[in-house]
Write a protein that binds this ligand. Structure first.
Ligand SMILES: Cc1cc2nc3c(=O)[nH]c(=O)nc-3n(C[C@H](O)[C@H](O)[C@H](O)COP(=O)(O)O)c2cc1C
Length: 184
């Protein structure tokens, strides 16, 4: 198993999450996986850049775990990228610290899969919407692995989905991610 760093970006994993909570409960059982809970560690978004960069250097495999928010990553994850993936660290002529690492997006999506297509409610396939992250991996020399995504993960009682079904899908997602990590 590769040395793995899971960067978790969920604003309320303990109180409000269903899907990401179930996924993280499973991932926490894997010995040796380092988990960085951004909202918990940095509620004011003031990152310790040295600590963050050291954790990235140490990892052979980097995973972003997050709920899809406004067609992208939650705000804290974008801010973390902006502050931590600096010139001469992540890119630029000497910025090669991430080169050769494995990178994976593991994401829960509120909407249904068939909304994510040309002419659908959300117009674009999910792979198109993930292109900024794919290009971030390209620029930094990381290998962009096929994302693990699950749809229909929003739960609003009586409106969107049934709780047990969301929980079941989250368990399946967790299983897939677990296998990816232990098999790496
Ligand atoms: C601020 C916010 C923005 C969201 N934006 C999207 C979106 O752009 N597309 C989508 O399909 N779902 C969207 N959702 C739904 C979340 O992706 C969904 O609730 C989440 O993946 C469920 O995971 P959780 O139970 O761990 O919170 C959004 C939810 C919130 C709170």
């Amino acid at each position: 198993m590769k040395k793995t760093l899971v960067v978790l970006a969920h604003p309320s994993i303990e109180r409000k999450s269903i899907a990401n909570k179930i996924i993280m409960e499973k991932i926490r059982t894997i010995k040796g996986v380092k988990i960085k809970n951004l909202y918990q560690e940095y509620p004011s978004f003031k990152f310790n850049i040295e600590t963050e960069q050291a954790a990235l250097i140490e990892a052979e495999s980097i995973i972003f775990q997050f709920p899809f928010y406004w067609y992208g990553v939650p705000g804290i994850l974008k801010e973390w990228l902006d502050q931590v993936f600096t010139y001469s660290f992540a890119f630029g002529s000497t910025g090669n610290k991430l080169k050769g690492k494995q990178f994976l997006v593991s994401m829960t999506i509120g909407g249904p899969e068939d909304a994510y297509k040309a002419g659908g409610y959300n117009n674009f396939p999910i792979n198109d919407l993930l292109k900024p992250l794919q290009q971030m991996a390209n620029l930094t020399g990381m290998k962009f692995n096929t994302p693990i995504v699950s749809y229909n993960m929003i739960y609003v009682p009586g409106v969107y989905n049934k709780k047990e079904e969301v929980e079941q899908r989250a368990k399946e997602h967790a299983e897939q991610l677990y296998k990816y990590i232990v098999g790496s």
